[in-house]
Design a protein around this ligand. Sequence first.
Ligand SMILES: [Zn+2]
Length: 440
Amino acid sequence: MQVFVLDTNRKPLDPCSPARARILLAKGRAAVFRRFPFTIILRDRKAGDSVVHEHWVKIDPGSKTTGIAVVQEATDRVVAAVEVSHRGQAIKAALDARRALRRGRRSRKTRHREPRYLNRTRREGWLPPSIESRVANIQTWVARLCRLCPAAAISQELIKFDLQKEEDPEISGIAYQQGTLAGYELREYLLEKFRRTCAYCNKTDVPLQVEHIVPRSRGGTDRVSNLTLACEPCNRRKGSRPVEVFLKSQPEVLARVLEQAKAPLKDATAVNATRWELYRRLQATGLPVECGSGGRTKFNRTIRGLPKAHWLDAACVGASTPEVLDVAGVRPLLVEACGHGKRQRCGTDKHGFPVRHAPRAKMSRGFRTGDIVRADIPNGKHRGTHVGRIAIRHRPSFRLGAIDVHPDRLSVIQRADGYGYSFGKTLVLSLAGTGDSPVA
Ligand SMILES: [Zn+2]
């Protein structure tokens, strides 16, 4: 992974190699600006004096994890890879728990908050908190990366499939030579339509194959209404028999399959509001935003022989993906959204009774929960150096991983910014290829 470089005015320069960064730091020409992602700031250089290349920030938004890759245009190299884990589910769980406690209190004779009237208006573009947090996480990281490297454009996976591609006469070159892109869009469409389950046995989480309901050998067409998804055993058992014969003993399954096949997938192109809202907000950054489909992403990744990973999917989003992506040695930065604490001052037990009170102050002795610190402990059971995210308490003993440390022993590596950091595995490409099933 490359190191981000800023000039004396905090303007981004081209990222450099870790070796170069070490030399600059050792000579005193640069200082560490940020640890995660690792960024140095030069003391003696202005952006105007340097050659700066353009970079693409590419995003593959997901509900649990979003992949982000920064690709340098001139070299087709992935200079940074980030995987952001969202906390949407945790937010929903916390809100549900709070709502349940409040409802419970109202029916008991305890202190409670009146239910509020449903007279609130919601502003335009309002999203539920769990979804808002996902979108905001991505916005934050895109903005952050744009500040750290000279970004010229953004690519975002907007829709899952693009059936227009099937009739697109412009698909040529690599798309024709190595299996059509249209096939990938079609698969994504079918996966969405049949909810990633086998049409005949309802199994999920198995590799699925595209299945002709009326077999080709009996005059069945390749039209979408004649296609479904089946797991390999089902597909093999059906063979070239017509569906009516295959499902003779299961008339209800037969009826369902035929009906599902006939019904077009409605609203599917507007699959999810989150992505469109993200698209709207990315456009507000002023950078050009390119849109890609999930089918295109998978196609790009597969023909380049890259394994499945969130950041690699991100690097393969959109038509701008270079023909040969240089991904060697990239180690993704795993970013976990942790939130910024809570405003709630009164902690309750599981029945809603107040059991503890949180102090108003967020800082204690110059630290706050979420700071990434180094602890140098000279003696005792935990002697040595420990690095991690602290949880403060309002007494001089903070929690660092599994140990308690005194604040005097701590020095800050990076201030809390609502995220936790770790590193993923370095990508090692084998010559054996992808090991990816055709439809997953
Ligand atoms: Zn099956």
